[in-house]
Design a protein around this ligand. Structure first.
Ligand code: ZN
Ligand code: ZN
Length: 342
């Protein structure tokens, strides 16, 4: 028996999209417990295979009562990454006699890492509308425009094309601010000859796309800008061409990192190559030097190398790929040629 509390896992297992629920998953039975606010929604969203119980308040109390009514339950796992310390205390304190509560990690996440075709289709749809939104906005970008205004236009284009929400705060960073890998969008105006980095997401059927493009505004790229851009692009190309299921996250990360190291900018690529993408915008598997686990076939991941130089600016190129047994299939538009917006 497993108590599932992380909401993305609840949605994955049951289809329930509300913000308060926990799920008991047993060998024969799945029980979703939510509160009064979600009575109608829970009944509509979950399939026939899931029983629903609505409690007035306190889903945890409902879960403990339900467990006590079940026969022969000895070990009950809970998700240690989402259960709070006080909830864990309560399990040990109020837990029914004979049941042992055990912390687990990544049980449902490991299932989620392998995508079914409907999940891949939703991510592709999100990526496609994200590309269309970007094209609409790039057609209007001009020297002197504020980052925040460009972000507002982009978010509007995403929404009107059907993105359910922005899975993370849209990053629009101009000039030297593009050197901040997780920049906040500000009211700075983009100047002629500067980078404009746009990192943004879209969501369809709960599934996220996550794309970054870095374009040059108002001028042709100079030699250094072009050289660094092409190095990042080559790192991404090599990683996408070389990645295979069964390689570790570290090995896939190295495909891109070696290119940037050899180009002399290893110190300027300070984050990992990518991350899993699904119901959450950052999920497993991680493509980075700390992940020594093999990446499974049909994982969907971002591939997003970057070079960041303080005071000069940064370049990041991010696409979304499905890692099939035959290699990577790019789900986003893969339109990474250097663009100069004149
Ligand atoms: Zn991103
Ligand atoms: Zn990303």
């Amino acid at each position: 028996m497993l108590i599932v509390t992380h909401l993305a896992n609840v949605r994955y297992l049951t289809g329930f999209t509300g913000t308060a629920a926990l799920v008991l998953v047993g060998r024969r039975d799945t029980l979703l417990i939510s509160d009064f606010r979600y009575k109608t929604q829970a009944a509509e969203e979950v399939g026939e295979a899931v029983r629903v119980e609505i409690v007035a308040r306190d889903p945890w109390g409902g879960a403990l009562r339900a467990l006590q009514k079940m026969d022969g339950i000895a070990d009950v796992g809970f998700e240690s990454e989402s259960v709070t310390a006080s909830e864990a205390d309560r399990l040990t304190r109020d837990g029914a006699g004979g049941m042992r509560f055990k912390p687990t990690t990544q049980v449902v996440e490991n299932l989620r890492a392998v995508k079914e075709s409907a999940e891949v289709a939703a991510i592709s749809a999100a990526a496609e509308l994200a590309s269309e939104a970007l094209e609409a906005v790039l057609a209007t970008v001009r020297v002197g425009q504020k980052e925040i205004d460009i972000a507002a236009l982009l978010e509007r284009e995403l929404r009107v094309r059907g993105s359910e929400w922005h899975p993370f705060p849209t990053i629009v960073a101009s000039g030297p601010r593009s050197a901040l890998p997780h920049a906040h969008t500000t009211d700075r105006s983009v100047q002629s000859g500067e980078w404009l980095l746009l990192d943004f997401g879209a969501q369809v059927d709960g599934y996220c796309a996550d794309i970054t493009r870095t374009v040059l505004v108002g001028d042709r790229a100079d030699e250094r800008q072009r050289g660094i851009y092409e190095l990042v692009r080559e790192a991404q190309t090599q990683a996408i061409a070389g990645m295979r299921p069964g390689m570790t996250g570290r090995e896939i990360d190295a495909l891109a990192r070696t290119v940037i190291d050899d180009g002399g900018f290893g110190d300027a690529f300070g984050h990992s190559l990518g991350h899993g993408l699904g119901l959450e915008v950052h999920e497993g598997p991680r493509l980075g030097s700390s992940n020594n686990e093999p990446v499974p076939a049909d994982a969907v991941v971002t591939v997003e190398p970057g070079i960041y130089l303080p005071d000069w600016g940064g370049v990041r190129i991010e696409d979304d790929v499905q890692l099939t047994v035959d290699g990577a299939v790019v789900l986003s538009d893969g339109n990474t040629e250097l663009r100069e917006i004149l």
